[in-house]
Write a protein that binds this ligand. Structure first.
Ligand code: ASP
Length: 304
């Protein structure tokens, strides 16, 4: 089954094929959608909050003519509150739908779900673990905006420890040649050692650069992230790290003219709203690319 559980499961050729498929889906969407998945049902099972991921998956399914059943806040409003295990919920829901999109607060939940599901499971984030479909749309954004996915300097800023989108993006970029990552984060939220080891073992050059201006100057892509308040052990720890790196108009003066500024969103103060008007601010375009990329992933789940 074509589950999507970890960004590590995609090799270079599959990633390139997905970019192409998403490009086709962009055109399909612009021409009003298709009927390819008519009669199919997607269940969106969200145990953690979401705006973009859930709605863009639902939109993608509908653009392909399919149907959607969905529960947000499943932690409270599903039988989880009665003590039902994730495994039992998935066994049941896989009898109601042809594909399951799952967001869960525990690392490894996607893999556990895939293990018992009779239909493909697409992970929409597992706690502080991974967010593979976000990383695929991030790759698509880089491809659309910069025109290539190799020979790139990518500056990662903010919460590289708990930011699951960062982990998946590093795994995906590691499949390509000529990748240099600049990490700009407080020591308390630096990239996990296993993610770092994965990248360096595949030839990625990883540098630490605490100085924001220097980190921006040589970037082709800047990937700013939210400090993940909900993952810290205490609110004091969060407060200590939250505003370490803010991108404002002054910071943007260091960014080369050809570079782009990305963010998986939501932002919580780390990009000043005044930056939105800058053409290099790509984060809203990035969020819109979620639909064609998820259309491509849904087709893949159905073997198309
Ligand atoms: N929306 C992304 C996620 O679910 C990023 C974030 O929440 O900061 O991981």
């Amino acid at each position: 089954m074509k589950h999507v559980i970890s960004a590590q499961h995609f090799d270079r050729s599959e990633l390139l094929a997905l970019l192409q498929k998403a490009q086709t889906m962009l055109q399909v969407k612009e021409m009003g959608g298709a009927d390819t998945l008519r009669g199919k049902i997607m269940a969106a099972l969200f145990f953690e909050p979401s705006t973009r991921t859930r709605l863009s998956f639902e939109s993608a399914m509908m653009r392909l003519g399919g149907n959607v059943i969905s529960t947000e806040n499943a932690r409270e409003f599903s039988s989880a509150i009665k003590g039902e295990t994730l495994e039992d919920t998935i066994r049941v829901v896989s009898g109601y739908a042809d594909v399951i999109v799952l967001r869960h607060h525990e690392i490894g939940a996607g893999a556990r779900a895939a293990h018992v599901s009779s239909v493909p499971v697409l992970s929409a984030g597992d706690g502080a673990g991974e967010h593979p479909t976000q990383a695929l749309l991030d790759l698509f954004t880089i491809h659309q905006e910069i025109g290539r996915v190799e020979d790139l300097t990518v500056t990662l800023i903010g919460d590289l420890l708990y930011g699951r989108t960062v982990h998946s993006l590093v795994y995906i970029l590691s499949q390509f040649k000529g990748i240099r990552l600049i990490c700009t984060a407080p020591a308390a939220t630096s990239l996990p050692s296993d993610v770092l080891a994965y990248a360096t073992a595949r030839g990625v050059v990883v540098e630490q650069e605490p100085d924001l201006a220097r980190a921006l100057q040589s970037a082709d892509v800047v990937y700013q992230t939210r400090v993940q308040k909900e993952r810290f052990a205490s609110s004091e720890e969060y407060e200590k790290n939250k505003a370490a790196y803010v991108i404002d108009q002054t910071a943007m003066t260091y960014l080369p003219p050809h570079a782009i500024l990305m963010h998986p969103l939501p932002r919580a103060g780390e990009i000043a709203p005044v930056v939105d008007a800058d053409p290099r601010a790509a984060y809203f375009r990035q969020s819109h690319y979620g639909v064609p990329v998820r259309m491509a992933l849904l087709l893949r789940a159905f073997g198309q």
